[in-house]
Design a protein around this ligand. Structure first.
Ligand code: PFF
Length: 459
């Protein structure tokens, strides 16, 4: 970046900004449907273990790398070692892949706001409403364009600070709403089975796919392996504790995902006609279940509007940080002005996003690796590119720049780093080996390879 690097003000500024990027559709839309699909309690358990070990180490590493170099992701690797500049490029690919389909889901959220505002909450609770909506050709595209258009407008007129202010107010309301809705659902008849499924790990549900999905979700939810935390680290002041901040972001991010799961999964049991059969619904899960909840009590539709508006803001702050990242890459590399870069990124994202929006209607016959197009983009970014970036980041920090340099950065100005042993061991040994393994497994799963070197991979 050419302009002077700004920095976050106050101790809490960094945590709030990073949490604003981390908390988004990943927590509220993605986490519950994955937990439902991949074994409930066992998924939750695996996710939490990964978050406090692996997620912790990688987030510390990325933030320290950013603060140490004072550079964004694309330049940080090359700055410390020329030969490693290519990782910066790979990192840059992630938001390019995520932003378009993220905005398609953002479009679905926007559609649901309009459904509730126009008094159609009961229709939304009807069977097939969501499927019918995504099966139309034009509608999902229009909502997708509205959502990504709004994101672009915010950046074009440089009002993202304003949106951040608004979302700072929205976030606590979102948490309160989620807690309230979750409590209501948990107490419903039939919900108990769902609470059990979600909270009590059943080891017979454990598969490699559970770990693969949990790992991909971890990257996504904590905004890791996509350069965001490196950039944020470059804005972070030296007198703020990286370790404490990471712990806070982690608790916050995982807490919201946990609550969203507690809201959606028991609701599947209380309302889902198919009961457990609905658990595998995938990306549509939240859109199918929650309207039934909002339709089940007096005033529920108002809660529905409020809920989707809050989620909209959480999604918007995330899509803004994704688009901002892509714009700054385009500007750094082309020297274009803000407006032109914004136009190019908008147009490019629309083109990349259209297939995801059409994958449930006229292109529903196109199933790369057996997935709908949106899930395919999600798979490529979360299960392919991000693990590769994470492995390279670990090798880079573990063996090229050495963990010591990062530890020194984390301990700058006398800050303590209690978990430095865990950090070094994770980054050097456990994380790279582990990610390579699950990366291989995830490819086997995608290509339906049942055994590898005589080892049974798929159940
Ligand atoms: N972490 C965000 C979420 O959980 O929704 C997704 C995300 C936001 C990823 C911003 C990347 C990003 F730059």
């Amino acid at each position: 970046m050419k302009q002077k690097r700004s920095s976050f003000t106050g101790k809490i500024g960094f945590v709030l900004a990073a949490a604003g990027s981390a908390v988004g559709l990943g927590n509220i839309w993605r986490f519950p449907y994955l937990a439902a699909k991949y074994g409930g309690g066992i998924f939750l358990l695996v996710y939490i273990i990964l978050a406090v070990t692996f997620g912790f180490a990688l987030m510390c590493a990325e933030i320290a790398l950013g603060r140490r170099t004072g550079k964004s992701a694309i330049a940080a690797f090359g700055y410390l070692n020329k030969k490693w500049s290519f990782v910066g490029w790979l990192v840059a690919l992630v938001p390019v892949l995520i932003l378009p389909y993220y905005s398609v889901i953002g479009g679905w959220i926007t559609k649901y706001i309009s459904v509730y505002l126009t008094g159609n909450g009961t229709a939304a609770a009807g069977e097939g409403f969501f499927a019918d909506f995504t099966a139309t050709t034009g509608e999902p595209i229009v909502w997708f364009l509205i959502f990504i258009g709004l994101t672009a407008l915010v950046l074009l007129f440089d009002v993202s600070k304003g949106v951040e202010q608004v979302s700072k107010i929205m976030m606590p309301i979102l948490i309160l709403l989620t807690v309230g809705i979750a409590v209501y659902i948990v107490l419903l008849p039939g919900a108990y089975e769902g609470v059990k499924y979600y909270l009590m790990p059943d080891f017979s549900n454990f598969t490699i796919a559970t770990v693969v999905a949990a790992m991909g979700q971890l990257f996504y939810s904590m905004s890791l392996a996509m350069g965001i935390m490196i950039t944020y680290g470059s804005y972070m002041k030296k007198d703020i504790s990286i370790e404490k901040s990471v712990r806070q972001i982690e608790v916050f991010d995982t807490g919201i995902a946990f609550l969203a799961g507690l809201m959606v999964i028991p609701a599947v049991f209380a309302f889902g006609e198919g009961g457990e059969a609905s658990l595998g619904k995938g990306p549509g899960l939240m859109f199918v279940t929650l309207p039934k909840v909002f339709d089940s009590f007096k005033g529920g539709h108002i809660i529905g509007v409020a809920f989707f508006i809050m989620v909209f803001f959480a999604a918007l702050t995330s899509s803004i940080s994704l688009m901002e990242t892509v714009i700054s890459i385009v500007r750094d590399k082309t020297g274009l002005g803000r407006k032109s870069a914004c136009g190019i990124v908008f147009a490019g994202s629309v083109i990349i996003g259209l297939p995801s929006a059409l994958g449930f209607s006229i292109w529903d016959g196109i199933k790369p690796l057996g997935m709908d197009i949106l899930t395919f983009f999600d798979f490529i970014s979360n299960s392919v590119v991000m693990p590769i970036v994470a492995i390279l980041t670990c090798i880079f920090i573990g063996y090229i720049v050495r963990p010591k340099q990062m530890i020194n950065e984390i301990e700058a100005q006398g800050a303590t780093f209690n978990q430095k042993k865990l950090f070094s061991v994770m980054i050097k040994y456990i994380a790279p080996v582990f990610i390579v393994l699950i990366f291989i497994f995830s490819l086997c799963e995608a290509f339906n390879i049942e055994t590898l070197f005589g080892i049974q991979i798929l159940k």
